[in-house]
Ligand binder design. Structure first.
Ligand code: ATP
Length: 270
């Protein structure tokens, strides 16, 4: 695979409006938007802007969506990588790829760097006793830390990262001046589930007797990704039956499918 595929650069049009619920997270993260829109305001006050924010939460809760929305809201370029891909694809050259990534971010600043699955890079290190692949990971991590330490007030780069394994993070990542802010992105509650369902039903036709509040009640433990999937499966079910309008039973069938899919993917982990 080419390196272009690992470091993705784009200019998202996603905004906070595309994210239902999570007002608290939006509020916490809006300071990053504010900084990227106007880094000079911080410089003028002698303040260091936010450098790194780690979003912590279960899979599918919209961490990637949040990162893209921050870039969209601030109207800045978005450079993204996945920690596990970094470690796997760049054996021997991880550190230099991190340098590449930040060179690109500096050229395009103000900009956002997003690292998904940061735990794959920044797992707790076990001192000098480690050998082989762990050295590799350590060099990659050290380069990331060096890049973040090198930001000055006017760098205009914010690093957003996501993990669902906060306990596995190397404490060095969490030192001041690095990822000094953590935002929790939990599973949605019932009200939030209804709002997420509504966002994903925006461009679909629903039968008048579809009750999204009932669907929200029947889906405890579903993530935003599960709910997006549910609405889409419901639409597919309608198409299968030569309809364009989604009926309540399409959504019931879709819910069962999503539940089954979740069970199968968790079995696959065993
Ligand atoms: P992972 O940890 O598995 O990478 P994630 O937390 O990054 O997951 P996303 O990939 O951002 O989750 O979310 C997947 C999809 O779920 C989004 O593209 C969106 O369609 C939907 N989604 C998640 N949360 C929300 C939300 N709050 N509002 C609307 N859609 C949502």
């Amino acid at each position: 695979r080419s390196r272009a595929k690992i470091i993705e650069a784009e200019r998202p049009t996603t905004g906070f409006d595309d994210i239902a619920g999570y007002d608290g997270v939006k509020q916490e993260i809006s300071e990053v938007v504010d900084f990227l829109r106007n880094p000079g305001r911080y410089t003028a006050a002698g303040a260091k802007g936010p450098r790194g924010v780690i979003m912590v939460g279960p899979p599918g809760t919209g961490k990637t969506l949040f990162a893209r929305a921050v870039a969209g809201e601030a109207d800045v370029p978005f450079l993204s990588v996945t920690g596990s891909a970094f470690v796997e694809m760049f054996v021997g050259v991880g550190a230099s790829r991190v340098r590449d990534l930040f060179d690109q971010a500096r050229r395009r600043a103000p900009s956002i760097v997003f690292i998904d699955e940061i735990d794959a890079l920044g797992s707790r290190r076990a001192g000098a006793a480690r050998l082989g692949g762990n050295d590799e990971r350590e060099q990659t991590l050290n380069q990331l830390l060096a890049e973040m330490d090198g930001f000055d007030q006017s760098s205009g780069i914010v690093v957003l990262a996501a993990t669902n394994r906060p306990d596995a993070l190397d404490p060095a990542l969490l030192r001041p001046g690095r990822f000094d802010r953590q935002v929790t992105v939990p599973l949605p509650n019932q009200v939030e589930r209804a709002a997420i369902l509504a966002v994903h039903a925006r461009d679909k036709t629903l039968a008048p007797d579809v009750d999204m509040d009932a669907v929200a009640r029947a889906t405890p433990g579903f993530s935003g990704a599960d709910l997006a999937n549910l609405v889409n499966e419901g639409a597919i079910n309608a198409v299968r039956n030569n309809r364009t309008r989604i009926e309540p039973h399409d959504l019931d069938a879709a819910r069962d499918r999503v539940l089954l899919g979740r069970r199968e993917s968790s079995n696959a982990l065993l």
